[in-house]
Design a binder for this molecule. Structure first.
Ligand SMILES: [Zn+2]
Length: 165
């Protein structure tokens, strides 16, 4: 029998089917005791309707693998952020033509005196096709709540971008 963790790790994100919940950093923990499986996940974007689908997908995948007694728990703290997306996950997004969220800006966790800024640090979004950093926002609301639509000024191609939170 495949371990419950291995099964849970194969479940993909309903809105970004090219990456798994593990890649996304949503899958926090899978524990298994006396046939009872507890899967802990952290919701991504507030109100993201995909959470119900994620839970159902996990239940179905585990049920198919022979786990009948499964509980999916929502872990709200610490809050998920796009920084939790793994390097492998970022690569898969990029390969699929979706710009991954920017990496945390240098100095995001400063040592020493904390500089206060009035605006959030701007993260550079690179075109997933040509790599140009010269991109503009078309709409903050892409096909789903989690994605924004941008266009590359260098190659003129529109692309989706997973928004940083
Ligand atoms: Zn481009």
């Amino acid at each position: 029998m495949v371990s419950a963790l291995a099964v849970a790790e194969t479940v993909t994100d309903p809105e970004l089917p090219m990456i798994t919940l593990a890649d996304l950093g949503v899958l926090r923990e899978v524990s298994e005791k006396d046939g009872h499986v507890v899967v802990s996940i952290t919701p991504t974007y507030t109100g993201c309707p995909a959470m119900d689908t994620m839970r159902d997908d996990l239940l179905h995948a585990l049920s198919r693998a022979g786990y009948g007694d499964v509980e999916v728990r929502m872990v709200l703290s610490p809050a998920w952020s796009t920084d939790w997306i793994t390097e492998a996950g970022r690569q898969k997004l990029s390969d699929a033509g979706i710009a991954p969220p920017g990496a945390a800006p240098p100095g995001a966790a400063p040592r020493g005196p904390v500089r206060l800024t009035l605006t959030p640090p701007v993260r550079q979004v690179r075109c997933p096709r040509c790599g140009s950093a010269d991109t503009e926002s078309l709409s903050d609301f892409g096909p789903t709540a989690c994605k924004a639509l941008r266009r590359c000024r260098a190659c003129q191609e529109p692309f989706e971008h997973v928004k940083e939170i």
